[in-house]
Design a protein around this ligand. Sequence first.
Ligand SMILES: [Mg+2]
Length: 315
Amino acid sequence: MYILPSLWGFGFLPTILPSMNKNVLLFILVIGLAVFSEAAQAKKKPAIIQGYDYIVAPGEIFFLEVKVERAKFIPLRVDLKKQRIHFYKGDFHLGSARSDRDGLARLETVFYAPGIYRVKAELSKDSKYKANTTDNRVLVVDPKVPLLVSDIDHTLADISGREFLRTPDHKIPTLKKAPEVLNRITKDFTVFYMTARDDSFIKRTKNWLDINNFPLGPSFFWDFGFFNQMPSDHGEYKASLLKTLSKKFKNILIGVGDKPHDVAAYRENGLRAYYIGHPGEVLASDVISLKSWIEIEEHLKLNPIGSLRGDPLIK
Ligand SMILES: [Mg+2]
């Protein structure tokens, strides 16, 4: 729209030209050009930055990674290269990195103190694009700490992945007592989330977990960390991610999910698996099928990890 005033101005030129000398004309042109470029500067093009969550050990060197894209409909959502991204831990500036040809910017970093941190990434102010700031979580945890992993759809949220798309966050109910039980469980287990939701829903999913007071923890999404080589099957994705994590974190002890492939992925990696889905499904061996989070909490109290057949060994 900033072009219009200039055109309007030029339309007047023929009528006033004869009465002006060259210096005045030049002056008008220079001013016009300055106004034009100012307007172009102010009108930054929209972009999207997508960040990811991590679980790392204290003192572990790792890469914070974000993806930068033009904000357009999917087929036109091109990767943005050479964009400088600044990374912050809370308000502390961790450093910056430039995006590569795939739109990926990576910052090598290290966190020493155990805890859960909010990390954000944003575009450099001098970019010709404007974008959101990311809201990511980095869980820094001793590899010996007991961990629990939960699925989200039909496990924490009383909704399917498909219905979730057309339901506003505040209208999506939790499974009964899920936040309360999980918050009590954090006394003994550190919680993280794994979902088959596509990673384009990261922001909504985190918002939903936050507004329902679930324990703050990292979430892993469908194509997290796989980028171009993601497994084609949801169960395979979960198994593969768990396998990677359990190489380092020896005490991922419990997994909760509503799909036979969730609990199969948990069992494949030696976790105690709680199934909270439709009864009557064929489940992997030693999966514990219960109806609610309250039942899971009671079952866990009566049967501590290590007391049942197929339980993981605490290391
Ligand atoms: Mg599910």
